[in-house]
Design a protein around this ligand. Structure first.
Ligand code: PSV
Ligand code: MN
Length: 429
């Protein structure tokens, strides 16, 4: 396997950081031991944790206003895979890529799967795209896709999703994530009930095409591109649709797809309670669906989400196995650096949630001891788990300091020489 970053570089930098890491790890180990926690057991859990990266996250995103490409950005799935391989090689926590179709279309998916495997990668959920028109497409999605008034448009959207399942089977995926941009911009534009009926009818056809071991993940979003209403606007619509479709339909929570200040961790607990928590798109937001880097604005919320996931694991319902994925738009950073940093933040929140003293938390809850219940969470949140992550990463062949190794590798500069430049792209300006 030829990986994009020099193994010697990683080894050399790790050797330089090793003494300090061992020191920090031992100190944290002693601290945790005082509360009866075995640091090596937590490290083993961290080593077993992973989160998928989105193929579309490898390029610089853009806003409605503009896109600012960087030299060496990927322009096709092959280059995106190479960049995802860098993230996995250094972080050892992102072994799978989630592709988006038709953006990532190729003629030979068997070859694409082999190519990914040769880079140390597998494929995660396949994502369909009926929120954009493509060159030569017979029917426009301007008035919706699965919920469109026009039957031929709906059929086209169903067919595309079924094609995504077929592609996913060749890639080794077992999840189809369906997010539709369907909705309205004006009161009265569409009938709320009838558009949902049409969505459900189309979704049922897709559901019927799912292989036995597949899941259909329904992703809700309250606005954008439709700004008055969306068909699957919130977790309520999502769980109702998933319940109507059947056991293989689950809900996917994109952290940015809610109204400001909504209690997302409670939504997580609710969806789990009804056996419908299917997965996550991790990102952060300040105002809306900003797609900012995970934990960059509100790392505490991310920790609280993971806290609910640990509670869910302790009380499993209906094959609890949520898929974890990053879904971010990197407008002003090198996407590889953002995903390295985000993957670390996500794994940190996972690790911190593992460190919550569950007996103390549950005991305080039982006793109505509000302050001590809160402190059980606070104590874990305040711990610096970086040495656990770094050690798990190093033992798996990754870099102790991922960003340092990435910069020293000069990967982006090398790609800038090899790759064709990305166009400026069009925003509204
Ligand atoms: C929609 O905003 C979304 O979160 C969906 O997951 C899409 O597939 C993705 O973003 C595309 O950028
Ligand atoms: Mn998403």
């Amino acid at each position: 396997m030829t990986l994009p970053i020099s193994a010697d570089l990683i080894a050399e930098r790790n050797a330089a950081h090793l003494d300090a890491l061992e020191d920090d790890y031992a100190a944290l180990g002693r601290k945790l031991a005082r509360t009866g926690i075995d640091i090596d057991a937590i490290k083993a859990k961290v080593a077993g944790f992973s989160v998928a990266v989105p193929s579309w996250g490898a390029g610089r995103g853009g806003t409605r206003f503009a896109k600012f490409p960087i030299a060496g950005e990927p322009t096709n799935i092959h280059e995106k895979l190479e960049d995802c391989a860098v993230i996995q090689q250094l972080s050892r926590v992102t072994p799978r890529v989630s592709p988006h179709f038709p953006w990532d279309k190729v003629s030979d998916y068997k070859a694409l799967r082999d190519e990914a495997a040769s880079l140390g990668l597998g494929f995660d959920a396949v994502n369909s795209n009926t929120f954009q028109d493509q060159q030569g497409q017979a029917h426009t999605y301007a008035n919706g896709s699965l919920s469109a008034q026009d039957a031929a448009t709906r059929q086209q959207a169903v067919d595309h999703n079924i094609e995504c399942i077929e592609i996913g089977q060749q890639l080794g995926s077992t999840d189809l994530t369906v997010w539709v941009g369907d909705g309205t911009n004006f009161p009265g534009q569409q009938d709320f009930a009838r558009s949902l009926d049409r969505y459900l009818e189309g979704a049922a056809q897709i559901y019927a095409a799912l292989p036995d071991d597949w899941r259909m993940l329904l992703e809700h979003k309250m606005f954008e591109p439709a700004f008055y209403s969306t068909v699957i606007s919130d977790w309520g619509s999502s769980i109702l649709a998933a319940q109507e479709l059947g056991p293989k339909a689950k809900c996917l929570v994109d952290l940015g797809h809610h109204a400001p200040n909504v209690n997302i961790e409670q939504i997580v607990a609710r969806l789990h309670r009804f056996g419908k928590l299917g997965g996550f798109h991790f990102n952060d937001s300040k105002y809306g669906d900003d797609d900012l880097d995970s934990g960059s604005i509100n790392p505490h919320q991310l920790f609280l989400v993971f806290n609910e996931l640990i509670e869910a694991e302790l009380n499993p319902r209906d094959g609890f196995n949520p898929s974890y994925m990053i879904d971010q738009s990197h407008n002003v950073t090198d996407p590889i650096e953002s995903m390295l940093s985000s993957a670390e933040t996500i794994a940190q929140c996972f690790a911190k949630a593992q460190l919550v003293d569950r007996a103390a938390l549950h005991g305080a809850q039982e006793a109505n001891d509000t302050m001590m219940a809160f402190q059980a969470l606070r104590r874990a949140y305040n711990l610096d788990v970086a040495p656990i992550l770094a050690k798990a990463r190093m033992e798996a062949g990754g870099a102790i300091d991922v960003l340092e190794a990435y910069r020293l590798s000069q990967y982006r500069g090398r790609k800038a020489q090899e790759r064709k430049a990305v166009g400026l792209g069009a925003g509204i300006v």
